[in-house]
Design a protein around this ligand. Sequence first.
Ligand code: SF4
Length: 392
Amino acid sequence: MKPEATPSRFGVYVHFPYCLSKCPYCDFASVVAERIPHERYARAVVRELEGRAQEYGRRGVESVYFGGGTPSLWEPECVATVLRAVDELFGLLPGCEITLEANPGASDAARFEAYLEAGVNRLSIGIQSFSAPVLAGLGRRHGPEEAIRAVETARRAGFENVSVDLIFGGPHQDVRGAVEDARRAVELGPDHVSCYGLTLENLAEDVRLAKEVRRGRVKVADDDLQAEMGERVRDVLRAAGYHRYEISNYATPGFESRHNTLYWVGHEWVAAGCGAHGFRRLEDGRGLRYANPRKPDAYLTAVETGAAPEIEREVLEPAALFEERIFLGLRLARGVDLEAAARETIGEVPARLWEAVDELARAGLVARRGSVVACTDRGLDFHTEVALRLLP
Ligand code: SF4
């Protein structure tokens, strides 16, 4: 069967790399700057978006995501400037989800109101924990009170869509502590909770906490303990009405993150800012992924001198796109429609894939409804292993 293209949905990712301090577990493109070049960075992002618009064309934007770094350090006027440019260049669709990541240490009422005024309608607040020793162990500068205040301030400012992030398995945390964090998070009534186990593997060499753990100077939860924490945290979130729609993400009905879902189901997004990665479908059925330099200075210089601010550009063949659709689609509790994914990429689902699906179903790791394959709750915990069994 010949592959058929289906219309792609479209989002915009903007990376803001500056932070007040560098957390010792952080491997994101983030830096601490003596002075943040607010306007210069906004001008560069707009200029990059103008260039990218030539490649992507005018598209209806259904989600914009300001990630970081700490985007809540960015002057609201700069966020407004970027959003105006996105609207002019691509066109914001009615009801577009516009998310900004906020740090409890940088979240006063006037700032939140100004973001809302600029068009941001969803805040994702990096609480991580409500325990002072755990926050200290993660190198976070905020305390539990600031975390609570940030959510309350967001609500008072008028945000009707608030997400909080938690990390479990870090230094000084036991199962009871992880459960307590989840309880305190749901008490604040967020619409969405992202809850990640601390990961220190496959990070850059210089990630401080990873080094300390390797040297035996700091202890974090091992895999079994982290799995137990995950299970208990899930129970708390479920009992409070949050459904697990992705491996690490929970939402009340209708509040699943639209932005991340675009990534997981193979749609397109334009990305701007240092360290940002974008994806575009090509007319011949292949895909194109690009990555910008991680260092803000390199990024700013490239954009300002009119050079393409990319350090990587990779063309993905249909077979690679199909594999990616399986790998990412299986992150979602609703699963992936293998026939639809094959139709848009390689044409037909290879017969051996159905055999592998049946085998995984017998092991209780996936469930199949027609051509849709979804991980069971247990399967989600072993997502990588399950997905690898389905890939060639
Ligand atoms: S606030 Fe976030 S992006 Fe910044 S250093 Fe900490 S973990 Fe990294």
